[in-house]
Write a protein that binds this ligand. Structure first.
Ligand code: NAD
Length: 495
């Protein structure tokens, strides 16, 4: 097996003992009470031990962010200086993208080529929001209030930075999802405490130094490492102004409740069970490739993975054969193998969760292909396709977050749409047809934050994302994603 060469810098970073938190532009955390082991999912080797932040470290990070928010070095920084900092950070990320991507592949298992494009997309997100620093606007409005002594009115709305932001991210796209939060928050003038996932924190720990190198004043960007306990300390902290969370719906609900306890602003990007509708008139070759890619890329560990495929009856069997062919032609291998199409799943626990769904699949379902983990070391799982007659199964309703597709036939558009919308989730959706009327009807009727027609879900900094129903609250990216880190001040001046 040919392998990419891992940059030398990666080894020396991973060998260092003092992995950990980054507070006030300094690494620390080698005196922790508890450590977590980070495992390479491709071969089960132990990569590193990272400290878990307790209340002392969480308090220190939040106070550093609060002090920095009030400090003139950051608070009074001109918008164009903030813009320069974000561009410098983007340049540093671009320069180091191979190193960061290699760390990401080691800790997460994703394909190195995809890790590199994830890191480069984070750099693009920082550049996109760098441009917004100098373009913040308010509104001048007319109101009807009578002022005392017949004075006149001057009334305007001003957008201000929301304050100290806690950003909690999952393990599936740790670098790009962090950038969707950090870039708009910093562009708006906020300060941040980031908590990466306990499964894949190393790439974020490495990246922390780039904020200092770019010139961000101390305390503007902070990072604490830890698991759900650390996350809970952050999200229940009284000195935080905004929580932005991406992760499971179960944890999102807990965070939503605790945010309300302190009336802290909150955005939640949660799970999904996204439908894909394939009509008989679609470009079926392209649709089959895309539906397979939509569920199998990144091992199906994608919040917007198209995990329910509704396929028109007339093409059901032939389209399934095409999907089966796509699944069976995938090369399952280490993420550093340039010929790999599918790397390992992120952890042993996650692999066994996915296998559990497959093994306990309702006996009404028919296994078309896959269904097994790969023997030997590493957490590899075959791309798997089941078929069913209807939506009445656990696989149709619960998020598996693995390379597992459920295909269901439909008779007509209304049938497809009613099954597609019959879900607690409402994150993403896709439609394959050449008929513009059908496409638009689906766009209007699908209850989802994203709808893709004849393409698969992908992100762009100017394209807001987010979910309906149990898939979340609020939107990220685009102008919406920037405004999520601002609060409105309404000002009335009598003159
Ligand atoms: P998770 O909810 O288990 O963990 C996410 C983060 O929350 C981690 O950093 C974790 O340490 C932290 N956390 C756990 N318990 C906490 C608590 N009680 N308080 C505060 N923080 C806590 O999710 P995961 O397994 O890391 O990621 C997979 C999930 O993320 C899937 O459900 C997926 O759909 C979702 N996701 C959603 C999007 C989106 O944009 N909607 C994107 C990616 C992933």
């Amino acid at each position: 097996m040919k392998m990419y060469t891992i940059p030398k810098e990666v080894e020396s970073f991973i060998e260092k003992a003092e992995f950990g938190h980054f507070i006030n532009n300094r690494y620390g955390g080698n005196m922790a009470k508890r450590y977590l082991e980070i495992i390479n999912p491709a071969n089960e080797d132990s990569l590193a031990k990272v400290p878990v932040a307790g209340s002392d470290e969480v308090d220190a990070a939040v106070s550093a962010a609060r002090d920095a928010f009030k400090s003139p070095d950051w608070h009074d920084m001109s918008p164009d200086s903030r813009e320069d900092l974000l561009h410098r950070l983007a340049t540093l990320i671009e320069e180091k993208h191979e190193t960061i991507a290699a760390i990401l592949t080691l800790e997460n298992g994703k394909l190195y080529a995809q890790a590199k494009s994830e890191v480069m997309s984070a750099a693009r997100t920082f550049r996109f929001y760098a441009g917004w620093c100098t373009k913040m606007e308010g509104d001048l409005i007319d109101i009807s209030l009578k002022q005392p002594q017949k004075k006149k009115n001057f009334t305007f709305l001003k957008r201000e930075a929301v304050g100290v932001v806690v950003a909690i991210v999952p393990w599936n796209f740790p670098i790009s999802i962090a950038s969707w939060k950090l870039a708009p928050a910093l562009a708006a003038g906020c300060t941040v405490v980031l908590k990466p996932s306990e499964v894949c924190p190393l790439s974020s720990i490495y990246m922390a130094r780039l904020f200092e190198e770019a010139g961000f004043p101390r305390g503007v960007f902070n990072l604490v490492v830890g698991d759900g306990e650390t996350g809970a300390l952050l999200t229940t902290h009284k000195n935080v102004d905004k929580i932005t969370f991406t992760g499971s719906t179960a944890v999102g609900k807990i965070i939503g409740k605790s945010a309300m306890e302190n009336l802290t602003a909150v955005s939640l990007e949660l799970g999904g069970k996204s439908p894909v509708i394939v009509f008989e008139d679609a470009d079926l070759k392209l649709a089959a490739k895309s539906v397979a890619m939509g569920i199998f890329r990144n091992g199906g560990q994608v919040c917007v993975a198209g995990s329910r495929a509704y396929i028109q009856e007339s093409i059901f069997e032939s389209f399934l054969d095409m999907l089966k062919q796509e699944a069976e032609s995938m090369n399952i291998s280490d993420g550093f193998d340039p010929d790999a199409d599918l790397g390992p799943l992120v952890s042993e626990a996650h692999l066994s969760r996915v296998c559990d769904y497959v093994e306990k699949a309702d006996n009404k379902l028919r296994l078309k292909t896959g269904g097994h983990k790969q023997e030997g070391s590493g957490f590899y799982m075959q791309p798997t396709i089941f078929t069913a007659e209807d939506n009445n199964s656990v696989l149709a309703s619960e998020e598996v977050f693995g390379p597992v597709l459920l295909a269901i036939p439909f008779s007509d558009m209304n049938h497809a749409l009613s099954m597609a919308n019959d879900s607690e989730y409402g994150l993403s959706s896709a439609v394959w047809t050449k008929d513009i009327s059908k496409a638009l009807e689906c766009v209007h009727t699908l209850d989802a934050g994203w709808v893709f027609v004849n393409s698969i879900p992908r992100s762009d900094p100017n394209f807001p994302i987010g979910g309906n129903k149990l898939s979340g609250l609020g939107r990220e990216l685009g102008k919406e994603g920037l405004y999520a880190y601002t609060k409105l001040k309404s000002v009335n001046i009598a003159y």
